[in-house]
Unconditional design. Structure first.
Length: 288
């Protein structure tokens, strides 16, 4: 008789859930996940014995979830995470599967989500270990950046419309020795950012990996006169490392530190700097 009452068949609808399960060493319970989950595992270097295999079904995420795909996987637990869409939530609930929905805003919320998943999987001690390691990394970065100049840093998670990065990115920017510009998670404009005149620009678009066209957005928004552009401080950080509320945020933290204080911290994984742009004083085109 099986005495293990933890979930045996899990459907993951966002990479954050899959990465947390990987850190809990419970990927063998994943029977379906999104294509982004599989890509994230490969990016993070999980080996063949740890990653999802070819027998794992690929399903839509928590923005476009479909009840028939979930039902086909016969899960005893579905884990979703931000971002959600109302009709997708309805599809998840229609499947009738037990649902764990995560919606973190702060680093503290992410730590709680890790603890919840670890407890659900019967590995609470492992969860506490992962949380402690993340906290240690953040604290070490706070100590390393103490006393340094704190340039204004604008981070965006989407380009059309321009949407500022989430609150947990604000915390990471502050830990990495910067001062966050703008309102986290809010829509803004090219003109408003131009007025802020940040010293560092970071684009980390959801779903874009490291393919954000930095030169194009500077040109189209007519940001050539902005301090960050003039000083060659325009970067792309892979969105998986800033937009995924999971332990992989520590990689994003290191990338932020290298962007904000390049003389103090080495080049980091997932960080790309924009090629030089010919100087040109300009105001943003308000039609963009």
């Amino acid at each position: 008789m099986n005495s293990d009452h933890t979930p045996q068949r899990i459907v993951c609808l966002q990479p954050s859930a899959t990465v947390i399960l990987a850190e809990m060493r419970k990927l063998d319970r994943v029977v379906a996940c999104t294509k982004y989950c599989a890509e994230m595992l490969e990016l993070c270097g999980f080996g063949a014995g740890e990653g999802v295999g070819p027998c794992v079904a690929i399903v839509a995420d928590s923005w476009t979830a479909k009840s028939d795909e979930i039902l086909a996987a016969k899960p005893d637990l579905v884990i979703g995470a931000v971002p959600y869409q109302e009709k997708a939530i309805a599809e998840i609930m229609k499947s009738g599967a037990r649902f764990l929905g995560l919606a973190p805003r702060l680093l503290a919320d992410i730590y709680t989500d890790i603890a919840v998943i670890a407890g659900t999987m019967g590995v609470a001690e492992r969860g506490e270990q992962v949380i402690a390691e993340m906290k240690q990394e953040v604290q070490a970065m706070l100590v390393a950046t103490r006393g340094l100049d704190r340039p204004r840093v604008f981070c965006e998670e989407w380009g059309k419309p321009i949407i500022t990065s989430q609150k947990w990115v604000t915390e990471l920017v502050e830990a990495a020795g910067g001062s966050f510009a703008g309102q986290p998670g809010a829509q803004t404009s090219a003109e408003a950012i131009f007025r802020e005149d940040p010293g560092v620009l970071i684009a980390s678009w959801c779903g874009a990996g490291d393919r954000v066209p930095l030169e194009k957005i500077v040109r189209d928004r007519q940001w050539q006169g902005m301090r960050a552009v003039r000083e060659g401080r325009v970067y792309c950080i892979r969105d998986e490392f800033l937009n995924t509320p999971a332990p992989t945020l520590i990689t994003g933290l290191r990338a932020l530190a290298a962007a904000i204080h390049p003389g103090r911290f080495p080049q980091a994984a997932g960080l790309r700097c924009m090629a030089a742009v010919a100087p040109r004083e300009a105001r943003p085109n308000l039609a963009i």
